[in-house]
Design a protein. Structure first.
Length: 329
């Protein structure tokens, strides 16, 4: 888990942020057994050198919004411009280049049927560079979303995780049906999408609401699951150089058991049942090609009910929740 530039404390800090991204540095420092200044200094370095971003994320599954994973086959010269154009859209969440640079894989998070149809039936079919579109509706999430890949590193002990999360109430603070975002919530959510650790004073200025109202509403959104705070970073600096997408076909009777098994595998960062030519999709994170092979043969390959697996290594991640346009030389 360590590298020449980053050590176990960096990994623990990332895991702490994934556990409670808005926890004060003082509480994180107490849990990790270091000073507040050390946590603050490490956090700033991770942002500057590692591209760490803490961002608010609308949970489409909890909000009842449809999510899709699109496979767009195109010519190699068109793949990068297409991926960057899609990355600028607010209704895309993750975009990567696969299949030797001839395929763009894109996840969408449309907030309405109109947005979804505009992309699937309007914009993409009229794009000359796109030779084929495969659209996979995500039906049931087995792992991902608020359940982050960093938790599988076990960098923090169960006691440390519990200390960061605080006491868990006997009943959910908010019923699942309360997972809803209103027009009044938009300024708050937009501010958190820019910076998931924005202070309450900053959120107050962004929303024009009192600090107590902002605190109360943010607690409600987090408790209901309508919103969660996520951490994005470059796994490659810790030695996890390879990411791949697995398109899996399982026997219908084994769909749920295979999906649940995938969720427990340390390599799996995301797993969902899906509509389309396959019925499961998973994103795996590995250290090298040999690790990918071992996982295919000894991990997913040994699950009862798996009939077919297509592995598409990700050449480059273009968008991971957020996107900042970079000038190209």
């Amino acid at each position: 888990m360590e590298s020449d530039l980053y050590d176990r404390l960096d990994w623990q800090l990332l895991h702490a942020l994934e556990t409670d991204a808005r926890a004060p540095f003082s509480r994180i420092a107490e849990v990790l057994g270091v000073s507040d200044q050390t946590v603050a200094r490490r956090y700033r370095r991770l942002i500057t050198d590692m591209g760490v971003r803490v961002v608010g994320v609308r949970d489409a599954a909890r909000l009842g919004h449809d999510s899709w994973m699109l496979r767009l086959r195109c010519t190699p010269d068109a793949a990068d411009p297409l991926a960057r154009a899609l990355a600028r859209r607010p209704d895309t969440a993750w975009i990567g280049l696969t299949s030797g640079g001839t395929e763009v894989v894109c996840t969408t998070r449309a907030r309405s049927k109109g947005e979804q149809e505009e992309l699937l039936l309007g914009r993409l079919p009229r794009t000359p560079a796109v030779a084929e579109i495969r659209a996979h509706q995500l039906l049931h999430r087995f792992y991902g979303g608020p359940s982050g890949w960093l938790a599988k590193s076990r960098s923090l002990t169960g006691e440390q995780v519990a200390a960061l999360r605080g006491p868990v109430p006997d009943e959910p603070r908010e019923p699942r049906s309360s997972a809803v975002l209103t027009a009044e919530d938009e300024p708050l959510v937009a501010a958190l999408e820019r910076d998931g650790r924005a202070t309450f004073a900053e959120l107050q200025r962004a929303t024009g609401r009192s600090e107590s109202a902002v605190r109360r509403r943010l607690d409600q959104l987090l408790a209901s699951g309508a919103l969660f705070i996520d951490v994005t970073f470059n796994q490659g600096v810790f030695g996890y150089e390879l990411r791949a997408i697995l398109w899996i076909t399982a026997a219908p009777a084994a769909l749920d058991s295979v999906g649940r098994a995938l969720a427990t595998h340390p390599e799996v960062a995301f797993a969902s049942a899906t509509a389309g030519h396959c019925n499961l999709v998973a994103v795996i994170v590995c250290s090298d090609t040999a690790s990918v092979y071992r996982y295919l043969s000894e991990g997913v390959g040994r699950l009862d009910g798996v009939q077919h697996v297509e592995c598409a290594p990700v050449l480059r991640t273009v968008k991971q929740l957020t996107y900042e346009e970079r000038r190209r030389p």
